[in-house]
Write a protein that binds this ligand. Sequence first.
Ligand code: GTP
Ligand code: MG
Length: 206
Amino acid sequence: MTIMEIYGEFKPYLSKIRDDVMKKLSDLNQREIDNHKTKLYEHLIGRVKTENSMVEKCQRKGFPLSPEGALHECKDAIGIRIVCNFIDDVYRSIDLLKHVDWCEVVKEKDYITRSKPNGYRSYHLILKVNTPYPYVDDCTPGCYFVEVQLRTIAMDSWASLEHEMKYKHTIENSEQIGRELKRCADQLASCDVQMQTIRQLIHEND
Ligand code: GTP
Ligand code: MG
């Protein structure tokens, strides 16, 4: 099977944009540390979706197998995860992202307030990012989409394990595994709330 070059001539820009956006986020974090002595997030990870996964996704969603389908219709070729210590930090990061001049939030999904039925919690943003790299779509030349997932360490550990185990269920025990995973997600969510309360109590004495 030949490898489909779905990103075409735009492929080299994708990892550069991922790195540029991660640098901007890291600057934002540093500014918060300098100004308020509290960090925005614990860590960041970024990835560019492989061309094979992108082809599979475009086929599944009925998008054209072209740079247009992969970079414009599908908006998660570039993905960045922001992992925060506390739930408040997630919302503080979102608020800051909505006010920076280098991107625009074009879509958001709050799976924290309304978790997915399986217990998944996370806040997803699609950013339209201004870049110095060429891309012609029906919006602005030079704009690329970036998917940002924001979650706490607890939500992140659950999502990683659930993702890891999702493919290992047998038909017979999948219902019980799903129930246990959901229970686990709800317990972690309650821990996040407790941790937030503890932080507030500590700060009351500042
Ligand atoms: P995708 O085709 O999966 O991209 O769906 P979508 O475009 O409707 O987006 P959605 O916001 O639901 O999910 C986007 C991404 O969030 C996924 O690619 C996963 O990385 C993550 N995600 C969503 N749901 C789950 C889940 O139930 N478990 C885990 N581990 N990750 C999830
Ligand atoms: Mg997606």
